[in-house]
Ligand binder design. Sequence first.
Ligand code: S3P
Length: 184
Amino acid sequence: MDSKPNVTLPRHLALVGLMGAGKTAVGASVASRLGCRHVDLDRAVTQLAGRSIGVIFHEGGEEAFRDLEEQALGLQMQAVDPIVLSTGGGVLGRETNRAVLAREATVVWLRATPETLAARVGDPSSRPLLADSDPVEALRRLASERTPAYETAADAVIDTDGLDVSMVGALVVDALPATDGAVQ
Ligand code: S3P
């Protein structure tokens, strides 16, 4: 059974985790199971900027991207009806973002090994932070920098190695009642 329509989201659901964690695909799957809107934060950033992530990084560096990301997150968290939000891997780097997610969303961390993440990312050309070094090494370094923030923010953690999108989506939905009392 692929859906659990009798679970409703009482607040936004944000998926966090490193590049390659499956946040976008799993977010779409969870939103369709729950019958709510799915927003991909990277896409919201590109719509806000009218430019691709690669061009934003190229023209203004990472800070320009982080400014847009913070702005897009703030806008999405104002949605009246709960949304499923697939964040970008670095969203917890800013205190403002950590605070808005803690206040407005149930946060689920999709975790995987650097090897799994790199395999899922495949061609890293659309990920500026993976462009200049070996993706496994870059992801290992990002994992050690970011794990404390993911741990602190997460209401639930799902280990996704060896699981497909549908399986992870089901685990996310199953985690909801335990994390914040979604109505069944
Ligand atoms: C980033 C992850 C990317 C995107 C940007 C920066 C990061 O999103 O936001 O390239 O800092 O980890 P995904 O995690 O969806 O690949």
